[in-house]
Write a protein that binds this ligand. Structure first.
Ligand SMILES: [Zn+2]
Length: 137
């Protein structure tokens, strides 16, 4: 699942199943997933892993999401990256036509927030063991 780095037009993804690291272009997926009659605006379905075929979903924050309980943790920073990716995707026009783009940017992290947690760029490495606050990288 993890997004390792967010670029202008693609992400670097690490497969949760086989740990393969590969690029996924914005043009290869969309914001929003259709489930029968529903469109889930907070999900992005990534294309199958080229190595093992695993299909992963990225979930952006619900509009009413409270502040993360462990600021600086891997989980917190990954959520920020996914929320930023979500916003970048919307601006690139990569969302299902059923969705209203004005409602899709509610949880975009501010530039200040991104600079605070990603001073070295929009990248993140999975911690080797526990998810310690302030850990990673
Ligand atoms: Zn894989």
């Amino acid at each position: 699942m993890p997004v390792r780095e967010l670029f202008a037009d693609r992400i670097e993804q690490e497969c949760i199943e086989c740990a393969d690291v590969h690029d996924v272009a914005f043009t290869a997926f969309t914001v929003g997933v259709k489930r029968e009659t529903q469109v889930l605006s907070k999900l992005m379905q990534l294309p199958p892993c080229p190595v093992c075929g695993a299909v992963e979903f990225l979930a952006s924050s619900p509009d009413a999401e409270p502040d993360h309980p462990a600021p600086g943790s891997f989980g917190h920073k990954h959520k920020l990256l996914v929320d930023k990716l979500n916003a970048d995707m919307v601006r690139a026009g990569r969302y299902l036509s059923e969705l209203d783009p004005a409602t899709l940017l509610n949880k975009e992290p501010s530039d200040t927030t991104m600079q605070q947690w990603f001073p070295g760029g929009r990248q993140l490495r999975r911690p080797l063991k526990d998810d310690h606050p302030g850990g990673g990288q």
